[in-house]
Design a protein around this ligand. Structure first.
Ligand SMILES: Cc1cc2nc3c(=O)[nH]c(=O)nc-3n(C[C@H](O)[C@H](O)[C@H](O)COP(=O)(O)OP(=O)(O)OC[C@H]3O[C@@H](n4cnc5c(N)ncnc54)[C@H](O)[C@@H]3O)c2cc1C
Length: 466
């Protein structure tokens, strides 16, 4: 017998209450656990709570609040500026929450917050269904959805948030609520575009739609034809059925097989599409664009399972590359804007660096601007400029190119941008501009659910002063 007692500190109580792991700086897997998708971001949290269930999330939120810790929420870890982590403080890591349950009778799917879009695509495809997510399958459903969500099904089905039916949320005070049109409708309104500002979402319920084999893939043209392709694409899209999801980009032909060797490393213009219908219909549809422009370098569109086009880029974009993002919404893609894009894209500092224009039309435009927090329903495109390269030595060049490109094209664009395509060096008021007239309402909802701004490692919405 000794007189020694086990000291019960808040820290030990936290650890004893968790079913998942608490990862500390001294743990051998700390570096792997803190690593983010964007290799340019190097954050060192004090603690990473790898939550096993909702109970763990509640425990972790309470611990962070009571201890006054900086708190970050990590879904898929794909955020450009690394807002799924923090320096010091606590990270709630949701990566173990991987449950997906498809309800084929009701055409809905329940998705836990650690899922990537590939996890969900895999599960729904077996039922001939899909939810509108983004174009890279390793992206987290949570961050993508809470910021809005654009992808191949957007023209027909709207943003990802337009298919959200309800979400389970752990609030700043530790309460667990379900947000939907009927329950906590103010919170449900705010999380549809307002990011992780209002609580930790532990699961989402989405509407799913019949999508199975699509006619999909990339078509690349030489950069000299970029003007012809971009102008033709603008008209082509306007006249195409909404079952065609398609975006145009300025890119480089990758220097690898199976790309034609003569074009390796050469600048190009690309149209990447997914048509939810037969190959014959899809071919006929794309022929309208192809007839209007010079012949492409290659046209690799074919019939494929929807998850295949959803993961087309995955192999080119592994975790750990350097990324620098800039985004904008485009009201109208003018000829002058196209010229500016082509001139800027020609200066790209690396083969992977790109500019994409994703359509914001069809079903997105039909939702009123104040129906969800995501307000830019009157745009025609969401633009992203991404400087990307494996080498950290290129970081400066990627940033400089992204900033200069954005500065040159921004005068043609709208004021705000998509919060999921922003770094953390945007000018003051940019987040506010992105929400437009919805910002004041977001601030009021923030004041109700998170008055002390516990959830502030995000594109932050400051609570209205009460
Ligand atoms: C390669 C690549 C491709 C992309 N393609 C698309 C695309 O096609 N369409 C599109 O719309 N976007 C796309 N994006 C952008 C993407 O939507 C954002 O990067 C998004 O933040 C990723 O979400 P995440 O869960 O992976 O990120 P994380 O880094 O884990 O989190 C991002 C933000 O969301 C918050 N958050 C995460 N999980 C939760 C939760 N459960 N509850 C509350 N808050 C939470 C975090 O606090 C953080 O602020 C892409 C990004 C990458 C890197």
């Amino acid at each position: 017998m000794t007189d020694a007692t086990l000291e019960q500190t808040p820290d030990t109580t936290f650890q004893q209450t968790l079913r998942g792991r608490l990862i500390r700086k001294s743990d051998s897997d700390y570096d792997a656990a803190r690593a983010l998708y964007n290799g340019m971001i190097d954050k060192r949290p004090n603690l990473i709570a790898r939550c096993a269930d909702v109970a763990d999330v509640i425990t972790a939120v309470n611990y962070a609040r009571e201890q006054g810790l900086l708190l970050a929420i990590r879904g898929g870890g794909h955020n450009g500026p690394g807002l799924g982590s923090c320096d010091g403080g606590l990270v709630i890591d949701l990566s173990l929450l991987k449950g997906v349950r498809v309800d084929p009778a009701n055409q809905t799917v329940r998705v836990e917050a650690g899922c990537t879009s590939g996890d969900v695509d895999h599960a729904t495809h077996a039922f001939g269904l899909a939810v509108p997510f983004g174009i890279v399958s390793t992206t987290g459903v949570a961050g993508l959805t809470l910021g809005g969500g654009t992808g191949y099904l957007t023209r027909k089905r709207g943003l990802t948030i337009d298919s959200l039916l309800e979400a389970d949320v752990v609030l700043a005070d530790g309460r667990f609520v379900t947000a939907s049109l009927e329950q906590h409708p103010d919170l449900f309104w705010a999380i549809r575009g307002g990011g992780g500002n209002f609580g930790v979402v532990t699961s989402f319920l989405f509407k799913a739609y019949p999508v199975s084999i699509v006619y999909a893939g990339p078509i690349f043209w030489e950069a000299t034809h970029a003007k012809a392709v971009m102008s033709a694409f603008r008209e082509f899209l306007r006249q195409s059925p909404e079952d065609l999801g398609s975006f145009v980009g300025l890119k480089t032909v990758p220097s690898m097989d199976p790309f034609p060797k003569d074009y390796w490393g050469r600048r190009a213009c690309a149209v990447i599409s997914s048509y939810n219908g037969s190959a014959a219909e899809g071919e006929e549809l794309m022929s309208r664009l192809l007839k209007a422009v010079p012949p492409p370098i290659f046209n690799w569109m074919s019939a494929m399972p929807f998850p295949a086009i959803q993961s087309l880029f995955d192999a080119f974009l592994p975790q750990g590359l350097q990324w620098y993002w800039k985004g904008d919404f485009v009201k109208a893609l003018t000829d002058e804007a196209i010229d500016t894009h082509i001139a800027q894209a020609a200066q790209a500092p690396s083969e992977l660096s790109l500019m994409h224009l994703y359509p914001i039309d069809g079903a997105v435009n039909r939702v009123p601007k104040d129906a969800t927090a995501w307000s830019v329903r009157d745009a025609t495109f969401s633009m992203v400029i991404a400087g990307i390269d494996p080498s950290p030595d290129k970081a400066k060049a990627l940033k400089e190119w992204g900033r200069a490109y954005w500065k040159a094209v921004h005068p043609f664009n709208m004021e705000g941008g998509y919060v999921n395509f922003m770094m953390d060096d945007e000018s003051a008021g940019r987040v506010q501009a992105s929400y437009g007239a919805n910002y004041a309402r977001l601030q009021a909802v923030k004041a109700k659910y998170d008055p002390k701004n516990l959830f502030r490692v995000n594109q932050n919405i400051e609570p209205a002063s009460v």
